[in-house]
Design a protein around this ligand. Structure first.
Ligand code: ZN
Length: 280
């Protein structure tokens, strides 16, 4: 459909600008509406402890609830109406709290690539953790809600010396990086010999080998091939081999092996999600 009417274009531009300026207030109104809409006891969010009848959908495009915009549902029963955590974040949260002795009082240094709010809050508030959140584009709008600074850093050339971090979180980042081998080599370099790197990424387990971008594709082609315009590959079952090529030993924390079907529904997890546990 063509937007040939200049008057309509003007209205759309003005509306988009208005939404941007009042984004926080709009999000707060939507959040309050969703908390009321999903009132109930069917599920519990491990991150914020809230109970709901079910989890809300994850949208791509305009703000949730904006029926006039081009809203696409990426996943149903996936987002906490209160803290906005998603399936993969809740699995990582459970793993960090139930499976790791992360908060045993021993001093630890933690690097998070492209920080996410639940973990930013968790690590920032811990006295025993030296927390280093970093991103290639920390000035992005999504970080305006973060209660602290984000280090500007390129994952392919991290600004830290060798072997300094006890733990590194790298969740849903590698598919956005054009050279993920170089990124993995950098993660290997800055991790301590006793450290642990946690990787999450979208993986198509029906694919034997990762589909890699040639570098000449358009954003529209990448969306079709890899699921998003800013994704440069679709990982297949060889993801572990790719991680190992950087020198890591890789194990997995598999959602389906660690949680019952009832728990998966209760905590709003993706049964196919895995956390790759990488050690030197
Ligand atoms: Zn929550």
């Amino acid at each position: 459909m063509e937007d040939s009417d200049p008057h309509e274009q003007q209205i759309r531009t003005a509306a988009a600008s208005l939404v941007r300026r009042h984004q926080k207030q709009i999000q707060q109104v939507i959040r309050e509406r969703e908390i009321a809409q999903y009132q109930g006891e069917g599920v519990i969010c491990p991150v914020c402890g809230s109970h709901f009848s079910e989890f809300a959908p994850v949208y791509q495009g305009r703000l949730p609830g904006d029926q006039a915009g081009n809203v696409r549902v990426l996943a149903d029963h996936a987002r906490c109406p209160n803290c906005q955590s998603q399936q993969r974040q809740r699995l990582l949260w459970l793993y960090l709290h139930k499976k790791l002795q992360l908060f045993d009082g021993q001093h630890k240094s933690v690097l998070e690539i492209a920080p996410e709010l639940p973990f930013f809050r968790l690590f920032s508030q811990s006295d025993s953790i030296d927390y280093y959140p970093c991103d290639k584009f920390p000035q992005q709008l999504k970080y305006t809600d973060f209660p602290g600074d984000i280090v500007e850093a390129d994952l392919c050339a991290l600004p830290w010396p060798d072997s300094v971090f006890d733990m590194i979180l790298c969740s849903h980042v590698l598919e956005h990086v054009t050279d993920d081998h170089q990124a993995l080599r950098e993660l290997y370099r800055v991790l301590k010999s006793t450290g642990l790197l946690l990787i999450q990424a979208p993986v198509s387990y029906d694919l034997e080998s990762t589909l890699e971008d040639s570098g000449n594709s358009t954003p529209e082609q990448r969306e079709t091939l890899y699921g998003q315009q800013d994704h440069y590959r679709r990982y297949g079952r060889d993801i572990e081999k790719r991680i190992q090529r950087a020198g890591f030993s890789a194990d997995t924390f598999d959602c389906r092996k660690n949680y019952t079907p009832d728990e998966i529904i209760l905590f709003g997890l993706d049964p196919w999600e895995k956390i790759y546990l990488c050690t030197k």
